[in-house]
Ligand binder design. Structure first.
Ligand SMILES: CC(C)(COP(=O)(O)OP(=O)(O)OC[C@H]1O[C@@H](n2cnc3c(N)ncnc32)[C@H](O)[C@@H]1OP(=O)(O)O)[C@@H](O)C(=O)NCCC(=O)NCCS
Length: 378
């Protein structure tokens, strides 16, 4: 007699370990990185400082931050072979290109085989610095343009926009992208971080874990939702069509992308900051309609609050990128660039007290069938 099995499909509400990195209270919409509220970090910190906080566990002194920032700035270049690989695969989706390039980076990183915490942190810092160069280089190459070299005078966010568009961005646009990176930097054991941890749990290397994370983030149930939200907004086109459009999706059993979350059963705290940015940036760019379209969709979704379905981080981020003239298929890559510190620290935690992550499946198929030789099968 088999023992009774308690299935936890989708690992819903299952705790698999302890963490010192992020605290999430999905009932009240609270998110802390290393004890600090995302609200404060979004308003007062920078991506560089937040990355330091995540990777070292404390806020840096001014001197520590300067040194850390200098390390990031000096590690942005890519090996020429990786640029060649990007050229070879340039027709693929930007996330596939990012995944391939990160995988190739393992061949050039001096510490690929060293899984010590210090080496993993150093690899994470290098990859954090290099990921925007990969994404921007691919974006240029696929337009028939040459990649633009990183500019060490610019901060992480400004340098990305510079490499993408070939001109220095205005300060307010740099600040928006910087805030977006801060908000996306880490989020506990979400699907991609879990995938990265599974890879690390076999004592596989850091790059393999990040490659797993990128592949998982790409899905529309995870990071791919921002792109879908913008597609929806473009498809709606005019504010007065929003409600009917959203209702039609819901009536046919579909989902509104950018709503719902496995953990948040209230408004995703990250979305609050992005919401303000969409509104302000839309006004500045003379395109207030996107915010109005999204607000109408939110109105249709209001009754879903009773079922714990609220707006999430992806509902507004795509519109910000759109307003900054970033192509839709780059949206999830921007999420991935921001998330590298999070994947790094999750992998470090996994290595630091490792246990193989290996759940079970309940078998429900036929049992003990008789093997029939191939020439006797009907
Ligand atoms: C994120 C998500 C996968 C979480 O899902 P989950 O915790 O596994 O919850 P489920 O998929 O079981 O959904 C629970 C119920 O809410 C409904 N629901 C969830 N998200 C919904 C949405 N965005 N629009 C409409 N209904 C939704 C489901 O249809 C389901 O209804 P049912 O119980 O009548 O079948 C889900 O909310 C979703 O698909 N959202 C849209 C994609 C998205 O924005 N992803 C980014 C997340 S940051």
């Amino acid at each position: 007699m088999l023992r009774e099995i308690e299935l936890k499909r989708g690992l819903k509400d299952v705790y698999i370990d302890k963490t010192m990195v992020s605290f999430i209270d999905g009932q009240v919409g609270k998110l802390l990185y290393r004890g600090y509220n995302i609200r404060d970090l979004a308003e007062k910190s920078s991506f560089e400082e937040t990355t330091y906080l995540l990777l070292y566990g404390t806020l840096p002194t001014r001197r520590e931050l300067e040194e850390f920032d200098a390390t990031l700035r000096s590690n942005r270049s890519l090996p020429k072979e990786v640029v060649q690989i990007i050229r070879l695969v340039h027709k693929a989706h930007p996330m596939d290109v990012l995944r391939t390039a990160v995988s190739a980076m393992a061949a050039f990183d001096p510490e690929t085989r060293d899984n010590s915490l210090e080496a993993t942190r150093r690899k994470g810092i290098r990859l954090t610095a290099q990921a925007p160069t990969i994404v921007a280089a691919h974006s240029r190459i696929r337009q028939g343009l040459e990649p633009i070299s990183p500019n060490p005078k610019l901060n992480h966010a400004a340098n990305f926009l510079h490499m993408l568009f070939g001109k220095e961005p205005p300060d307010d646009e740099t600040e928006i992208i910087d805030k977006d990176f801060v908000l996306h930097a880490e989020h506990g054991i979400n699907a991609s971080a879990f995938g990265a941890r599974v890879a690390a749990s076999t004592a596989s290397d850091f790059h393999s874990a990040v490659v797993a994370g990128i592949g998982i983030l790409k899905g529309p149930a995870h990071g791919g939702a921002a792109e879908e939200v913008m597609k929806m907004a473009l498809d709606i086109g005019e504010e007065d069509r929003s409600k009917e459009y959203a209702r039609k999706i819901l009536d046919s059993g579909g989902r509104i992308m950018g709503f719902g979350h496995r953990v948040y059963k209230t408004v995703d705290p990250r979305s609050i900051h992005l919401r303000e940015e969409v509104q302000a940036l839309g006004e500045k760019k003379g395109q207030p309609k996107w915010f109005r379209i999204l607000s109408k969709v939110e109105e249709v979704m209001r009754p879903y609050a009773g079922r714990g379905i609220f707006v999430n981080v992806d509902f507004f981020s795509g519109t910000i990128y759109h307003l900054l003239d970033i192509p839709q298929d780059l949206f999830v890559s921007i999420f991935a660039m921001g998330r590298i510190p999070g994947w790094t620290v999750q992998v470090m935690e996994q290595y630091s007290d490792n246990i193989l992550l290996r759940p079970m499946l309940e078998y429900v198929g036929p049992m003990d069938l008789e093997y029939v030789p191939i020439d006797q099968r009907g």
